[in-house]
Design a protein around this ligand. Sequence first.
Ligand code: PEP
Ligand code: MG
Length: 582
Amino acid sequence: MTLALHGLGISRGIAIGPAHIVERDQLDIPEYEIDAGLIDDEIERLKEAVMAAQDQLRAIRRHVPAAAATEITALIDAHLLMLDDAALIHEPLRLIREQRRNAEWALKSQRDALVRVFEEMDDSYLRTRRDDVAHVVNRIQRILLKHSPLRHEQPDSRLTGYIIFADDLTPADTVLMQHHGIAAFVTEYGGPTSHTSILARSLGIPAIVGLHQAHAYIRDEEPVIVDGTRGVVLAGADPTTLEFYRSRREQDQRYYSGLIRLKDATARTLDGVRIELQANVELPADFDNVLRVGADGIGLYRTEFLFMNRDVPPDEDEQYRNYLGAVQVLGRMPVTIRTLDLGGDKEAGDAGRRTGSLAANPALGLRAVRLCLKKPALFRPQLRAILRASAAGDVRLMIPMLSNTQEMEQVLGLIDEIRTELRAEGAAFNPDLPVGGMIEVPAAAVCADIFARQLDFLSIGTNDLIQYTMAIDRVNDEVNYLYDPLHPAVLRLVHGVIAAGSDAGIPVAMCGEMAGDVRYVRLLLALGLRCFSVHPASLLEVKQIIMASDLGELGSLAQRALAATCGADVGAIVEEYRPVAA
Ligand code: PEP
Ligand code: MG
């Protein structure tokens, strides 16, 4: 009998393959007393497990593909350093010696104590260490309990074609898995615009989140079908169902590979209006993909991925080389570098969400430009690196999460100071570096006209704009159902921002996920959007729709959509204007 499980499809496409269950966090840790005569053996067992964990990590490090993002090796190095630190096992050794506890339990007790300390901390970098401690301890415990190492971390393991089932995945896990050629992933937690989901889409693999209890129904190695478009997992499929999905997968593949013919075509509507079609990138490995799909440049470079999974932030020179790398790949095309947007779901997964008033709502907390302005030692090197890279090409700087004009003015002031510094040092930079702002907080959207007076461009971040407008946490699958890009409030805000930019004579782009969703391309064109920034995996499909659209015919779409009273009605109107192929 075919079993169908439903979650939220967050990256389209069909995958068929065996399941691989990642059981990272579900260790049953036994607690027992050691015989007095066996204490030395237990101590030896713990030390050997630590050494085995080091060997595992070194092996992983050696096999990280050269093209993989630097944050993966940085994460592994951070874990190796922790294993090297005697302090990690000092307390467990004492518990074994003095209280005759078993090694696994002694480690658990130490981990819980450290996690409590980290959770109290008012420093996002230090708080991210909490998950590192948990991962390192988990690795040693798995060895003590003789669990096999996690397969996606094993360089020689063959996960090609597998469908990964996990509670949750970090962005680094997702990247590592991609190098194994996995076919799809399914997680219990996470929302459509969590950064792991965004990464899945940009890697172009089908993915589903919010599929609860998959563990209870799916066995390791069991053949399953994942329909990332509809958010369905099928197990025990009969031959007819299997055949149906095989042929749909082939149709999909033919369709997407056929789109490459549009790579060199200009994104122009049927009535001749040129639309700027740029790409979003997260990792340096994506720079080439921007060219592969023929994008008009980078509309959003999420630089925080450079800062994640490491103890020490990249210094100015490392950042400079990285930004210069983007410019060198892109040539004369624009490279829009967004300044650091750490915080929210982009630190240690759910860091701090469980306890402590400070981070109870990380999405509403100290993230993005707020964090940067509070920590000039973190922010200034990035501003300097971006300015220096601007000497080499069409670099643009974009400020995330502006909520009031003081923040904008403070950043503009810092940029001015740095210009003076660089001039004094004789360093080259573009004195007219365009500075833009992301409009992703409703307060900024309502006042977009005010921001537009001082900025060179605006870019609408719908992922956050929708999260904040609807008062939902974008990574919380329990309130995902409220995530509605077509809600009249969202449409009015988007429309207002586009109009404010046009009145001020500055360009307005959209770089949130809404821009890359083929269902909304015509609506956005109708609302006046002329610059889209989307991940490379959906760029050609968006281009195809643009090229099949006539703006003259879309005038009524904007009018009708803006007059509708609920998202469902807007959806029905949008459906009427949907191109046949999309
Ligand atoms: C957005 O909020 O829409 C956006 C593009 O930024 P991020 O997803 O990185 O928060
Ligand atoms: Mg955002």
